[in-house]
Ligand binder design. Structure first.
Ligand code: GCW
Length: 715
């Protein structure tokens, strides 16, 4: 019997095309066997010399040994002597080995960068992984593992790396009751779990390893819509456990705090930031936290925004509020990240408000305050211009906030590879210091003398086995970290790295799949909000199209009509001089360029202009026809994605293949839903026909209006 089982086992796993089912739980840290082509070279990685151990170095060393074992079957051992070791890792190796220029190279890699270098050749070759800190060694080790996973040549490595941003954070919008705001991958990994911490330890370690592998060094554990209770003993105890667990991976924990905490949980009369009693309360609270977590990162605050309390409730400014917290955190080197995502219910054009409120406060924030600005001026739309706040506050540390969770890009149902969008923001020229003053440079310290540089990504992580709901959404987590480390990396090179580690090193799989990824975000823009349209989504769920929605008593700027302004005279938001004049917030030549529809980039034209339906676009088509072609292109692209993906069958495990195929089917259906809903609705104003050569809509407008989108299965 046993023999038969073994035979069956052998047959199943030796058959070409039949691969082990994979759930995605190991993310990009799968450590598959490398090919025979490189096996010989890699098998030499037998002896590891470690200079001065520490908890962080131990993590790096264990990871490396585990990876080598899994990829090459070699049992690497720790060697006490430097001579004869194949891998040398640790801080201070420059004192022990004589490599020309190493000291200078280390000078260039800052506190968390690293050097990886091969010395010697053939069987004497040694790989050196060194840095100025244990964290740098950890990151260098993961970079080296990535090279092994991607089967790169390691015979002559010569790498010097340093991160572009000092603080590279994930923001979890996780509520203490276990739900996740705009989370589409199950419930919170942090809060309200039934299983005990001990059981979950490995799960958390995977999270920590994954983040360490891409250089994330901080995580905010709770929603910016913060419950004051997170600062009570009950929750702080849990925060201490998370901090202890994440520390050896060089990840600091931060908390979102509710500005009214002194009143709500402290029993004070109010939370006025200029009252001594309130200031003392925060100081005591901070002291209490640091007693337990000496390396606590600091606070993230959403204040006076979307109903959250803040200093303005007491007639104080954002600076008054932020500085009070900064003062409490300062003795411990803690940071305040104060969000600029603000807009008043009945104010001016919503796109202008962050700038209007924050730019006058430039220079008024303490040194340990960083103002956190969303990439665009409205709200994580599939395409927005960059926020004009970037570059406009020279005397303030500014950080960029991206959204990794796909609130407005199809949730975890749609394949949308986000780095192409993020690169668009990074590379946008603000012109604040002349041409070349990109958003990247305006935030990474190269243009202004920021005290701190930082970047945040709103996490797409949940309790789903594959962590992110859609297997390809893992790529957005991975890529965010890689870009936070180095925003000059190309979206395609990051995508390729990720595909190799997550699926396969076979170019017959990688090339077409990378092509799907690289074109995916533009597809989403086309079938949802082309030509600068924005916020056409259902007002509460933000998933499906509801350009028609009217809700009595609702804030106008939560409803799509506020943004698209469709009427018989045309469509679009006039932000030119004749409208809200939001263009004025941009430097020249951008202000003039955006102001004129003839020079405004057409992919943003309806963001800045309200134009008649028969307006002639650069293609010679009318605006209406152009809009139709974009919506149809979006749908076509998803159908193409499906075809390309179908050809990948057999190249990866069936489980993940099928899962993605299923998701693409949903995406394809929803792309049609979007196209038909928007075009049929806008057609009631344009009264123009959909070009004859295009297929007919598959839906009926009245039917579409009746769809009640059900959010429940997304949480
Ligand atoms: O995009 C909007 C979301 C809110 C979110 C808010 C914010 C956490 O719809 O769910 O709240 O942005 O960024 O604060």
């Amino acid at each position: 019997m046993r023999g038969k089982i073994l035979l069956l086992f052998f047959l199943v796993f030796s058959m070409p095309g039949l691969m082990m089912a994979e759930s995605g739980e190991n993310l990009w840290l799968r450590y598959e066997k490398v090919s025979n082509k490189v096996l010989d070279e890699y098998s030499g990685l037998k002896k590891i010399y470690v200079e001065e151990s520490s908890p962080v170095i131990e993590v790096a060393q264990n990871e490396l040994m585990k990876a080598i074992k899994a990829m090459t079957s070699v049992d690497a051992v720790v060697n006490k002597k430097l001579a004869g070791s194949s891998i040398l890792m640790g801080v201070g190796l420059d004192e022990k080995i004589n490599i020309q220029g190493l000291k200078d190279r280390l000078k260039n890699c800052g506190p968390e960068g690293y050097v990886i270098q091969t010395i010697g050749t053939g069987s004497d070759a040694q790989v050196v992984i060194t840095a100025n800190s244990d964290a740098g060694v950890l990151y260098g080790t993961f970079a080296f593992i990535r090279m092994l996973q991607s089967e790169e040549d390691i015979a002559a490595i010569n790498i010097v790396e340093s991160p572009k941003y000092e603080l590279r954070l994930l923001n979890h919008w996780d509520n203490l009751n276990g739900t996740v705001e705009r989370g589409y991958a199950g419930h919170s990994i942090w809060w309200n779990r039934e299983k005990i911490f001990k059981v979950l330890k490995e799960h958390y370690q995977t999270y920590a390893r994954a983040n360490a592998s891409i250089g994330i060094n901080g995580t905010v554990l709770n929603n910016v819509n913060a419950a004051p209770e997170v600062l009570t003993d009950e929750y702080l105890e849990q925060v201490v456990r998370f901090a202890n667990l994440l520390r050896p991976y060089n990840i600091k924990v931060y908390l979102s705090v509710n500005f009214s905490s002194p009143a709500v949980i402290g029993g004070l009369e109010d939370s006025d930031p200029l009252r001594d009693e309130v200031r003392e309360w925060w100081k005591d609270k901070v002291e209490e936290i640091y007693e337990e977590i000496p390396d606590f990162g600091g606070f993230l605050v959403k204040a006076n925004s979307e109903g959250q309390p803040g200093p303005q409730d007491y007639g104080r400014t954002h600076a008054d509020g932020a500085n009070m917290l900064a003062e409490a955190l300062e003795p411990y080197n803690g940071i305040v990240m104060w969000r600029a995502f603000v807009y008043a219910p009945s104010g001016d054009d919503r796109a202008k408000q962050a700038y209007t409120e924050f730019v006058p406060l430039d220079g008024k924030f303490h040194e340990n305050v960083i103002v956190q600005v969303k990439n665009g001026p409205v709200d994580f739309q599939p395409r927005e211009p960059f926020s004009p706040v970037f570059g406009a506050m020279e005397e303030t540390s500014l950080m960029i906030e991206f959204q990794i969770t796909q609130e407005y890009l199809g949730f975890s149902n749609h394949l949308a590879y986000l780095p192409t969008m993020q690169k668009e923001t990074f590379e946008s020229d603000t012109y604040v210091k002349g041409p070349g003053s990109t958003v990247a440079k305006a935030t990474d310290g190269s243009l202004f003398n920021q005290k701190h540089t930082a970047i945040a990504g709103v996490a797409n992580i949940g309790r789903d086995t594959n962590w992110t709901g859609h297997h390809f959404a893992q790529a957005n987590w991975y890529a965010y970290g890689r870009l936070a480390w180095d925003h000059t990396l190309r979206a395609d090179e990051i995508g390729q790295e990720w595909l190799k580690m997550t699926f396969s090193n076979d170019s017959a799989f990688i090339d077409p799949t990378l092509n799907i990824m690289m074109r995916s975000r533009e597809a989403v823009v086309n079938y949802m909000t082309p030509l600068g349209l924005h916020h056409l989504m259902g007002w509460s769920h933000h998933h499906g199209p509801e350009p028609w929605t009217e809700i009595e008593g609702a804030r106008p700027d939560w409803l799509p009509k506020y943004y698209h302004n469709a009427s018989e005279s045309g469509i679009g938001f006039d932000r030119s001089e004749s409208g809200s004049n939001a263009v004025e917030q941009y430097e020249e030549p951008l202000a003039s360029m955006y102001n004129n529809p003839k020079t405004c980039p057409e992919n943003l034209i309806l963001w800045f202009h309200h134009l008649p339906w028969d307006y002639t676009m650069s293609s010679g088509l009318s605006l209406w026809d152009e809009l139709c072609y974009h919506y149809y292109d979006g749908v076509e692209e998803v159908r193409l994605m499906q075809k390309k993906w179908d050809r990948m069958q057999g190249m990866i495990d069936e489980e993940r293949f099928e899962h993605v195929r299923h998701k693409l089917k949903i995406q394809s259906r929803e792309a049609e839903w979007w196209r038909d809903a928007c075009l049929l609705y806008f057609q009631t104003f344009s009264k123009m026909p959909i070009p004859a050569e295009l297929e007919r809509p598959v839906h009926d407008l009245d039917e579409l209006k009746k769809i009640k989108f059900d959010m429940t299965h997304h949480n």
